[in-house]
Design a protein around this ligand. Structure first.
Ligand code: SAH
Length: 227
């Protein structure tokens, strides 16, 4: 069903996904309609399809229904002014969506370990009209190992992880605010998305949501490795 949801514009794609029951929240739909997916993909002719797409460097921009699902899961923790971390930010698409929910008083940090993808995401966000937000710091794209998080920007009300971790990364759990929520795929051969909740007192609970197949969170390949 997801694959049939295409449109001539982002707004049409998102509208069709709402009709198909793939997006339930008006807040998420409104935010996604503000983001032009053509600014974040390599094959513009396929921008408005509900499918993942390669963006180079072994990375893919996730399918819009996965971005919608993750955002809806985190939504109770996404308020105007909230702080959010997107690990494995790739194209930058989800950072734009999250920004439109937490607003200019909020903060979205995207972290990726491939410098070319960080640069790609910055260019994409600028094309999408978010240059000012990058300048003001309400959106910040950083290069680094996302398994360590980005402690200087935290604690985070919400953390999204866009690649599968072999084990639950403790550094990310530590960087969750009290209260806070993380949406994270965990596993190697077999993967599942976990919802990790930290309550006001710092108690952490994990809930397995559903099986998935994400690209792994990895060590960066040395850029000048011998053949
Ligand atoms: N959610 C993004 C990209 C998903 S692909 C989008 O939809 O555009 C997964 C991303 O995780 C890739 O960009 C990859 O470079 C990144 N990644 C993999 N291992 C990482 C690590 N250890 N630290 C930071 N980023 C990592």
């Amino acid at each position: 069903m997801a694959w049939t949801c295409s449109g001539a514009t982002s707004a049409q794609l998102i509208g069709n996904m709402q009709k198909a029951g793939l997006i339930h929240s008006d807040i998420v739909a409104t935010a996604m309609k503000k983001v032009d997916r053509a600014n974040y993909v390599l094959r513009k002719s396929r921008a408005y399809e509900d499918s993942p797409q390669p963006i180079g460097h072994d990375a893919t921009i996730s399918a819009p229904h996965m971005h919608a699902h993750a955002t809806e899961n985190l939504l109770p923790f996404l308020k105007p002014g909230s702080k959010v971390l997107d690990v494995g930010s790739g194209s930058g698409y989800l950072c734009a969506v999250l920004h439109h929910i937490v607003g200019p008083q909020g903060k979205v940090v995207g972290i990726d370990h491939i410098p070319e993808l960080v640069e790609f995401s910055v260019e994409n966000l600028k094309k999408d009209g978010l240059g000012e937000q990058l300048e003001s710091g309400s959106i910040e794209m950083v290069m680094g190992d996302g398994r360590q998080g980005y402690a200087q920007g935290g604690p985070y009300d919400a953390i999204h992880v866009g690649a599968a971790a072999p084990h639950m990364p403790q550094a990310l759990v530590d960087q969750l605010a009290q209260p806070g929520r993380m949406f994270i795929p965990v596993g190697t051969y077999s993967q599942a998305v976990y919802q990790v909740d930290k309550d006001e007192d710092g108690n952490v609970t994990e809930q397995e949501l559903f099986g998935v197949m994400y690209v792994p969170l990895t060590d960066r390949k040395p850029s000048s490795s011998p053949p």
